[in-house]
Design a protein around this ligand. Structure first.
Ligand SMILES: *Cc1c(COP(=O)(O)O)cnc(C)c1O
Length: 472
């Protein structure tokens, strides 16, 4: 029995005292290292029970423990290189931030700040002050409020302006065109948000056509407001009609109703300048008379995650005072980052400083030249590359169906799927697209500073693995 392979397995204490374990203790701490050693010992006993005759050595067990510890501590939220050509890619974290934005967030994150402190008075200040003056100045709105994200902004507006009250325990009516009852992904469906707010959804019109008289006819004494929602991720084409926001506002005014406009992405600049359809701007919605306009911080604005509400001062004030506002307030990182991003707009430098707008406005020749440069660099290692015409997308619930012409680096592989999987397994992972049986990479969304790492990842696609099967 003394010679049983179980007895020959080293104990946890012996492994802990082994010189090779000291680097694990240093890197991962004692409790986690002990847990990993126990885990690999349990696994080894299992293998012995299932017929393995020779127990692993201490060194082998420590190596296994290292791999276990690495897998336990590898972050799941990792940087990737986005070569998909989708500029605001929700799955890949939406807007990359400008240098000034990163700097501002870093400064505030690493220490204390005036988040809610008034330096002049030496006492309590207001968190809601920081981005709001800038938002007023840039959009011309009477007031502004920043919350955690735009979904929260929509929920707040509906709850505070049409949710149940003592006088209206069933909530009040919110009129929405059937053509705008959008699901934007991530489980955000306009009718569900409406139900959550306690407001009563009043659907009007048909999927493709809603007329001004549909709005008129739906109004009764229980109506609180008319809502417009940006379609964000689909387009209505063909036999369609919808009144303009200004026309809807005119109807609402006659009946003393509010108009809230969920712009989704909410551009502050005109996308029409870049050969795209004009994405509705925040300024245009306010000019048309919307009482509250809501949009995201991390879509076309190009900043950190946030939900922004701008509009009439008395209405925004009601939203600020609602208890829900406290539950969805933004943190200091979002506020410092948003402020820094907004400053780019105020200083008329958004196009040159905000990555999302830099990407949208990159001229075709420049994209072509970058793709060409990559192809040349990779020809040396024998990859079958060419530069082809393609399309980039803005994404992020803006400009559905609209594309920007681009140049793609296209590479042929026996199995493009296997090549894409291998790129995803690279450090940092590279996310590419497959088009016409080729792996394609769009320079538009690849940050300049990531280019060398991208080329290194592509160079690793040469060699034996190229038999068509992923080698994992
Ligand atoms: C994206 C979007 C939202 C949600 O915004 P988040 O910032 O992702 O919470 C709400 N409404 C519309 C129309 C959108 O496009």
């Amino acid at each position: 029995m003394n010679d049983s392979p179980f007895r020959r397995l080293p104990g946890v204490d012996r492994l802990l005292g082994h010189p090779q374990t000291s680097s694990l203790l240093e890197a991962f701490g004692r409790p986690l290292t002990v847990e990993a050693l126990r885990t690999v010992l349990d696994e080894a006993r299992d293998r012995l029970r299932h017929g393995l005759c020779t127990p692993p050595t201490a060194e082998e067990l420590i190596a296994e423990a290292r791999a276990t510890l690495e897998s336990w501590t590898l972050p799941t939220l990792r940087r990737v290189i986005n070569a998909t050509g989708v500029i605001i890619h929700t799955n890949l974290g939406r807007a990359p931030l400008s240098e000034a934005t990163l700097q501002a967030m870093r400064t505030v994150a690493g220490g204390y700040s005036t988040l809610e402190y008034d330096l002049e008075r030496g006492g309590r200040g207001s968190r809601s002050l920081h981005a709001e003056a800038l938002l007023r100045r840039i959009t011309g709105a009477g007031a502004a409020l920043v919350v955690n994200n735009n979904a929260a902004a929509v929920l707040l507006a509906l709850t505070a302006l049409a949710g149940p009250t003592r006088e209206h325990p069933q909530g009040r009516g919110v009129i929405v065109s059937r053509g705008q009852l959008v699901e934007i992904g991530g489980g955000f469906r306009m009718p569900d948000v409406m139900a959550q707010s306690g407001a009563r959804l009043v659907e009007i019109g048909t999927t493709n056509r809603t007329h001004l008289r549909d709005y008129e006819n739906a109004i009764d004494e229980e109506t609180a407001l008319i809502m417009r929602a940006h379609r964000s991720n689909f387009a209505l084409i063909g036999f369609t009609t919808e009144p303009t926001l200004a026309e809807i506002v005119a109807v609402a005014r006659r009946h003393n109703l509010l108009v809230v406009d969920d712009l989704g992405s909410g551009a502050l600049l005109d996308t029409g300048r870049f050969g795209l359809a004009p994405e509705p701007t925040v300024q245009a919605s306010l000019a048309a008379g919307a009482d509250v306009v809501m949009f995201s911080g991390d879509k076309l604005l190009g900043g950190p995650q946030a939900g922004i509400l701008v509009g009439r001062a008395d209405v925004i004030e009601r939203l600020k005072r609602h208890p829900l506002a406290r539950a969805i307030r933004p943190d200091k990182l979002a506020l410092s980052g948003l402020t820094a991003t907004l400053l780019h707009y105020l200083k008329d430098e958004a196009l040159t400083h905000i990555p999302v707008w830099q990407m949208i406005s990159t001229p075709g020749e420049m994209l072509h030249e970058r793709a060409r440069r990559w192809a040349d660099a990779l020809a040396e290692v024998g990859l079958n590359c060419e530069v082809v015409e393609g399309q980039s997308m803005v994404g992020g619930g803006s400009l559905p169906g609209q594309t920007l012409p681009t140049a793609l680096l296209a590479i042929r592989f026996p199995s493009p799927d296997a090549a894409a999987a291998r790129l995803r397994a690279h450090e940092p992972p590279v996310i590419a697209r497959i088009e016409d049986d080729r792996l394609v990479l769009d320079p538009r969304t690849v940050l300049k500073r990531d280019e060398e790492e991208l080329l290194a990842a592509l160079r690793s696609l040469t060699g034996d693995w190229e038999t068509g099967k992923p080698d994992d």
